[in-house]
Design a protein around this ligand. Structure first.
Ligand SMILES: Nc1nc2c(ncn2[C@@H]2O[C@H](COP(=O)(O)OP(=O)(O)O)[C@@H](O)[C@H]2O)c(=O)[nH]1
Ligand SMILES: [Mg+2]
Length: 225
């Protein structure tokens, strides 16, 4: 009986999350704000990807980053060093971001000029973030070369629920046994619509293609003119 009750409570929490996510999405659509949710293991390269991506967008777009971490402002400080606005969301132990956390941060900026792009850096974790939609337009999962190429089928949900896969730290491929083709094929087996890139924030490999994709996706969501 207790187990049934637990499942009910969890289902209701997820419903409340999804309801608020839908409201956020409506507001973002009205303001033509394109929102990207980045997910990976801790150290998978999310902040480094942002550090490579944001300068390539900053001359044409108004940008905002929402940084999710259990503690500290460290990642937000890295983003602010690029002269990009960043709000840190510290979850105080929760292993993922939820819509109400995004809404609290968004409330601080929603009356100002609307950003063209919002990047959400989720808490480093391949499991919990997979269950929580945040109203985003694009869910991107990062898998870094040193993590090993066997992870997709171990953590299937995050790949199944994403539209973009970035294999990160490509500059380390010569030093690590990692088969990008294996990762790609296993991920595509779970999610046939997945787009993918092999990138290195260190060398810049693949970043221009990724940035072009983001611009195209935004143009598709909000046709210019
Ligand atoms: N060699 C290499 N190291 C990287 C790359 N991207 C990130 N790193 C390193 O990986 C570590 C974690 O990166 P970070 O962006 O903080 O990961 P996050 O926890 O997912 O935000 C840092 O020491 C980075 O310098 C890359 O493209 N190549
Ligand atoms: Mg980070």
């Amino acid at each position: 009986m207790a187990e049934i009750r637990r499942v009910e409570v969890l289902e209701n929490l997820l419903k409340a999350n999804d309801y608020l996510a839908a409201q956020l999405r409506q507001e973002w659509d009205e303001g033509k704000t394109y929102v990207v949710n980045l997910m990976s293991s801790p150290g998978g390269g999310k902040t480094a990807l942002l550090e490579a991506t944001l300068p390539r967008l900053a001359d044409r777009y108004r940008l905002l980053v929402l940084e999710g971490d259990i503690e500290t402002e460290r990642d937000a400080e890295r983003i602010r060093a690029l002269q990009v606005e960043a709000l840190q969301i510290t979850t105080g132990g929760t292993c993922h971001l939820e819509s109400h956390m995004i809404e609290q941060a968004w409330r601080l900026v929603r009356d100002g000029p609307r950003p063209h792009f919002v990047f959400i850096e989720n808490v480093g974790n391949l499991v919990c973030p997979a269950s929580y939609i945040l109203g985003e337009h694009l869910r991107a999962v990062l898998m870094s070369v040193p993590e090993g190429d066997d992870k997709v089928l171990k953590y299937p949900k995050v790949f199944r629920n994403s539209q973009a896969l970035l294999i990160t730290k490509a500059d380390l491929l010569p030093y690590v046994d990692f088969d990008p083709q294996r990762v790609w094929e296993e991920a595509r087996g779970l999610q046939p619509q997945l787009s993918h890139w092999i990138v290195s924030a260190r060398t810049g490999e693949g970043i221009d293609d990724w940035v072009r994709f983001l611009q195209e996706q935004r143009d598709e969501a909000f046709p210019p003119g």
